[in-house]
Structures are given as structure tokens and as C-alpha cells.
Design a protein around this ligand. Sequence first.
Ligand SMILES: Nc1nc2c(ncn2[C@@H]2O[C@H](COP(=O)(O)OP(=O)(O)OP(=O)(O)O)[C@@H](O)[C@H]2O)c(=O)[nH]1
Length: 242
Amino acid sequence: MPPEQSPPTGQTGHGHGHVISFDPTVTDHDHHDPAPAGGRAVRIGIGGPVGSGKTALVAALARSLGERVRLAVVTNDIYTTEDADFLRRNAVLPPERVEAVQTGCCPHTAIRDDITANLDAVELLEERFGDLDLVLVESGGDNLTAVFSRGLVDRQIFVVDVAGGDKVPRKGGPGVTTADLLVINKTDLAPLVGADLGVMTGDAARIRGELPVIAQSLVEDPGAGDVGAWVLEQVAAVRASV
Ligand SMILES: Nc1nc2c(ncn2[C@@H]2O[C@H](COP(=O)(O)OP(=O)(O)OP(=O)(O)O)[C@@H](O)[C@H]2O)c(=O)[nH]1
């Protein structure tokens, strides 16, 4: 194939026997500049596949950090406000500290490509409270490719769960490979589904290099202690970098 007809980066041609593949580590789809950090809350995104435990993690962090940092939450759902309703119903935060974004589209579009609705929700909370330390932005449940734009969040956590089997970290994708923190959730279910936690954490460490991995069970640790400690470190680090 002449160079002018070459396929886009990461894609092979159409020849028989070729596997069409995209480089899962390519994250430069992000066309937003990082949000200026001064004079606003630190923003941490929480993404991951459907049902991996994102809302449960947000609820745990709100309960355990609520006394130590001034916190608000933005939730994303496709058609409903289910996650925001759960947080309000369970009274983990005063209702006015939770804003819901109904994406009406693939969750990753609203956290990566057109971040306007999410930025509006974050800024609404910042204006409403004036003195927030931290805004958690929970993505709608998506697949292994969903990552946040750096224009929306300062740090991102990617949550996978043991119930999907111990192959999940090995499958990679930008959430698993590049998130600032990978959480392997529901470790209590490992014996029930025959998942080997050593394989999961080993694969994750191999793929992620220096980036941290926390394996946890919100049944056994309802306050998400290790993740909470990481979040507090990030709030301090982002503040210190301004
Ligand atoms: N056994 C067990 N169940 C958990 C744990 N964490 C969350 N769950 C349960 O897993 C289910 C899904 O959790 P959610 O927090 O709603 O998951 P989610 O990622 O927010 O789901 P979506 O918003 O639909 O993508 C709920 O029934 C939780 O109670 C855990 O550590 N162990």
C-alpha cells in the first residue's frame, strides 16, 4: 500500500489474516487542555465497567472522608439519575452536594469528548459551596476503554471487579493501563467465582509499571480505607502543585 493510503495509526490494512487492532495505550484522543488548577476543588474521576462498584466506592469515600474534606459529587448516567438518587437516598452526602448529569449517550463521550455538561456540574457545585476541597466525578458504567479528559479531572481512578474473572487486568485498555489508580474491587467474591487475586494484581502491576493498584472489598472494608488514603494524598499533591 502506498504511504498516502496507509491506515490510521494502530490499524492494520485489510489483508486476509490480519487482525485489526488499536493500540490500547494510546490516550491522546484527549483534545482538552488540563483545567487550570488554582482556586478550585481538586477533581477526581471514577470510571470503570458497569457494576464494578463505582457508586459504592463514591458512597464509601463520602462516608469516610466527609468529615475531613469538603466534598461534593457529580454522577453520570445514560438515561436516569439512578446513581445520584442512590447517594441521596442513602444520605451519604446532603442532597445539594450531589449533581447528576444525564449523558444520553455513551458514558465515555461525556467524560472525554464533550465534557461541557460535566464541567458545568462541577462548576455549579464549586459556586454553590465556594470552599470545596474535592469533587468526585463518577462516570456511567462503560467498558475498558473509558477514560476521563484531563480537562475535566486532575486524577482518575479505574474500578474493575473480581466477578468479571481474573483475566480482566490482562485485557488492558487505557483505563487499566493508564489510570492514576487501579482498584480491583469485590475481592470477597474471588473464591466464589474462582478468580485468582494473585494473578489479577500481578498482571495489573506488570501492565501498569509504577502506577498503583489497590485490591479491596467494600464488604470487608466499607470505608475504602486504602483508596481514601490515596485520595487524600492526591488532594494534597494537586494543591501543592498550584
Ligand atoms: N460483594 C461485593 N459487592 C460489592 C462490592 N462493591 C460493590 N458491590 C455491589 O456491586 C453492585 C454494583 O455496585 P455499584 O456501586 O452500583 O456499581 P457501579 O459501578 O456504580 O454500577 P453502574 O453505575 O451501573 O456502572 C452493588 O450491588 C454493590 O452493592 C464489594 O466489594 N463486594
